[in-house]
Structure formats: C-alpha cells, structure tokens
Design a protein around this ligand. Structure first.
Ligand code: UN1
Length: 495
C-alpha cells in the first residue's frame, strides 16, 4: 500500500482543492504503488506564490552565510539518509542503486557548494571617474522563483536549482515531475528540517499543463528554472518572455562520442556502454550517437554489440541489475516508434530493437539496449532526441568529418572524443559546439561545481552548477556613493 503524499503550501501539508489524486507506480514493478499524490492546479499555485511572496521580505534579510548554514544542514541530513533516498528514487524512477546513490551524492555536493558559496556572494568595488566617489556592485535576490524539474534526476536536479535559489535569498514554488514526486517530497521535508522557513519553500504536485502552466503564467513569479524537453522549454520561453521573466532552460540533447583510430579502444568501449545505457539512456547527457573512425569501425562495433547484448536488465533495487526500466509505458512505446522509424530509414539494427519481456521483466516497462549502424545525419534517429537506450552508430573517415557529424544536430549539450592524439583533442575542444566536452571520458558524469548547460537548442545560454547558478538567481545592483558634497556630473564635469 503506497503512502498518501501531500502538497506543502504556506507552511501546511495539504491536499489538492479538488481532492483528486494520481498514482506513482514503480516502473520496474506495476504491483508496487509508491504513493498517491494530489492533482493540483492554478488555485494551489496561487496560494503557494502568495506564501512565498510573504516570506521573501524575511528570508532576503537573513544574512547569506546563515542561509548557507541551513543548506549545509540539509546536506548533512541527506548524507545521513543517503541510502533511504537512493532506494526511494530507484523505486519511483527505476535507475539502478549505484546511480541513485550518485544522484543523492550530487545533491549533497550541491548543498555543500551552497554553504561555501554563501559567504562569497560578493559584488565588486569599481573605481569612479570622479573624485570623492565610491562605486560598487552588490547582489540581490530576485523574489519568488518557480522551479520545474524532470524525473530522470529526481533529487540532483531539484538541488541544482533550489539550493542556489534559496541561498541567494529567493523564495521558491517547486513543481517536481509527476513521475518522481516522492523523492521531491522527501527533499522538501529535509529542507524544512534543516531550517528553511516554512513559507519560503512551497511544493505543488500535479501535471505540467495544470501546475507548470500556472507557475509560468503567474505575474508574481519573477524567474523560472526548467529542465525538460525542448518543446516544453520553447513554450515556457514564449509565455514567460511575454512577461519579461528571467528563464533558465536546460533542454534536449543528442550527444555523441567520437572514437578515433588511435584511441584506447577498451576505454572507449567502457565509456560508450556507460554513456549510452546508464540510466537506461534517459539522461540529457546520454550518448545517443557513436561516431566511429572507419579503421576501427568493424572491430569496435562487433565487441560493442556483444557487450550490449550481455547487459543485465531488471529491477534497479537488485544489485546485479545493470540496466533498469524506462520511466513509463508511453515512454517505452515512444522509444519503440523511433526504432521502427530507424528501420524504415534504412539503418541497420545490430542488437536489441524491442521491449524486453519474460519473467519479472513483464512487471515493468523494459526496453532492450538497442544499436543501429549505418546511420547518417538527416535520419530522424540521428537528429532527434529519443531519451531511451538507443544508440546510433555513424562511420566516418577523418577527424573533420567526425566533428562535422557531431555538430550536425540542433542540440549542443555534451560530447566526447576518445583519442591519444593531443592535436586532435585540442581541435575537437575548439570546434565541437557543445556546452560540455569530454576527452577520453563518456558524455555523462558532470560534476556539480562546474558549469552545466548547452549550446543551440539545448538551452538559452544559462548554466547550472558552479557559480553560474548564483548569477541566474540574483540581480546585480550598481551603487554610486558620492562623498564630495557637490553635484558631480559624470562625463561632463570631468571632461
Ligand atoms: C541530466 O541528464 O539531466 O552529467 C543531468 C551527468 C549527470 C547529470 C545529468 N551528472 O550525466
């Protein structure tokens, strides 16, 4: 029997006004109901925004280092509950325990980064062109921010947004993905236990078209941070742009790994297996294209097919499982439609190609790790994000062709090149159009104290992670202090 979870609005745990609820079911086991959650809408968002607005004047005046200490306490609580949080995440979204432990650790690291960053929320002093005048910049919080997060990193991604938002002095209305609302609820409980004031954080469960839309439309929400699909991101940007809201968008990817003929092939193979099929291919940073130099193409592909076919699928709670389920039945069907499209486009199916069934797999939504060779730019399986365990292999003859192929997509999040040639590596670093580029490592595995984000249709230029997140969540104020006792007209009296 799953637990009945609630919203957290204006300091109270509460149901949706309608009384309606939705189920959250383990994607690896349809008999396992994780919980039921309130199906909320615009009225609940209104109350959450009002509470957050009310809390802002108190929270913005709490000294930043003190706010940072609260984030540190949240990190300590997450550390103490790491295994419990990882188990809950695996239960509600399926990825294997090793990965959910990593996801929780990413949240802990982000908390401790916030603790370190809080006392350093510094402006600058800048010389004046006039005598007896002092100039500086200072950072101000923005106000109420809306945080809308995906299901693939149920804890890490909310922490990337909420820790810097709160540490900067903003208050928050948080809508987590409806596939992973339980981890999000635990996170809010932890923030409260750590000392975040009750009205400063508000949690509203429900769908994107109800709760998400209401958050984006609300005139008292000054900034939106969203991670999800490019289609939804474009729509958010359109709507929020009309109100001149600040928007940070972290959207799709079609990330590629290049393997040159001089590469350490064993290392490159390990990298692509992890990059393509870790999290069942459901990362924005997942490797969904593999660009192989023609000299090693046949040999590399043969070994990759063999090792891919041997991957062990199952419930992520079983430590022997290497690949968990996909998130839900529509996702599995969408992945399969792409596989059919790939076959129709003339790509060669090397391995996989259908839902994985039999035994306990029949209880969940599993898809076979799948590889296509003979893929070319312009094919839909080359160009479009599939968000599942499907890898497209492209054969190239030169480094230039490899880089051109890697860039031949509307996305630009993450990329990898395996080579021992330092000249090739540096040319790739210069010419690859992505926000994140790995040399001799896979396309996944970003560290949360470095900037995270992409070029082209992957986003709108903002970066999460590191100090970039703090830039997004603050306004810069420029201050002039004239202690001359006279009217000094810049650009006039001194020229
Ligand atoms: C995502 O896929 O949405 O670099 C985030 C990585 C992780 C974060 C991925 N640290 O793969």
């Amino acid at each position: 029997m799953g637990q009945d979870y609630q919203n957290y609005i204006a300091g109270e745990w509460c149901d949706a006004d309608s009384g309606e609820r939705f189920d959250n079911i383990n994607p690896a086991d349809h008999d396992d109901l994780v919980g039921t959650f309130p199906s909320s809408g615009a009225a609940e968002v209104d109350r959450a925004v009002e509470a957050a607005r009310g809390a802002f004047d108190h929270w913005r005046l709490v000294p930043a280092p003190e706010r940072g200490e609260i984030m540190k306490r949240a990190g300590d609580i997450m550390t103490a509950h790491k295994e419990e949080l990882a188990q809950l995440e695996t239960r509600e979204m399926g990825k294997v325990l090793d990965e959910t432990r990593g996801d929780v650790q990413e949240g802990i690291d982000t908390a401790y980064f916030a603790f370190g960053e809080a006392p350093r929320m510094a402006g600058k002093t800048i010389p004046s062109e006039m005598p007896n005048k002092f100039n500086m910049t200072t950072l101000m919080p923005i106000g109420v921010v809306g945080v809308i997060t995906p299901w693939n990193f149920p804890l890490a991604i909310p922490t990337w947004k909420i820790f810097p938002a709160l540490t900067s002095g903003n208050t928050v209305v948080f809508k987590p993905a409806s596939d992973t609302p339980a981890t999000a609820t635990r996170f809010v409980e932890i923030l409260l236990e750590a000392g975040v004031p009750p009205h400063a954080i508000n949690l509203v469960h429900g769908g994107g078209s109800s709760v998400g839309r209401a958050i984006v439309a609300h005139p008292d929400i000054q900034a939106i941070s969203f991670t999800g699909s490019s289609d939804v991101g474009r729509e958010i940007n359109r709507q929020a742009g009309g109100q001149l809201k600040r928007v940070s968008l972290e959207l799709g990817g079609k990330n590629a790994q290049i393997v040159m003929d001089d590469a350490d092939l064993d290392l490159a193979l390990e990298g692509v297996l992890w990059g393509a099929f870790g999290t069942t291919g459901q990362r924005c940073t997942a490797t969904s294209r593999l660009i192989l130099h023609e000299k090693i193409h046949a040999e590399f592909l043969a070994e990759l097919n063999k090792q891919t076919a041997a991957l062990k699928l199952g419930n992520g709670l079983d430590e022997a499982t290497q690949v968990g389920p996909v998130i839900n039945a529509p996702a599995r069907d969408g992945i399969h439609r792409y596989v059919e499209i790939g076959q129709g486009e003339g790509a060669h199916l090397e391995v996989g190609g259908g839902p994985a069934t039999g035994g306990s797999l029949d209880k969940g939504h599993f898809y076979q790790p799948t590889i296509f060779s003979g893929v070319k730019p312009g094919m839909r399986i080359h160009d479009e994000e599939i968000f599942g365990p499907v890898l497209a292999v492209i054969k190239v003859a030169t480094l230039d062709e490899a880089i051109d192929t890697l860039n031949a997509t509307e996305y630009g999040l993450s990329a990898a090149i395996y080579t021992r040639d330092i000249n090739a590596a540096f040319r790739a670093i210069r010419d690859i159009q992505t926000g994140i580029t790995y040399v001799n490592g896979p396309t996944i595995g970003a560290e949360c104290h470095l900037p995270f984000g992409g070029c082209k249709s992957t986003g709108n230029g903002h970066r999460e992670g590191g100090d970039g997140a703090y830039e997004f969540f603050t306004e810069l104020k420029t201050v002039y202090i004239d202690y001359s006792g006279t009217l000094q007209r810049a650009q006039i009296d001194n020229r």
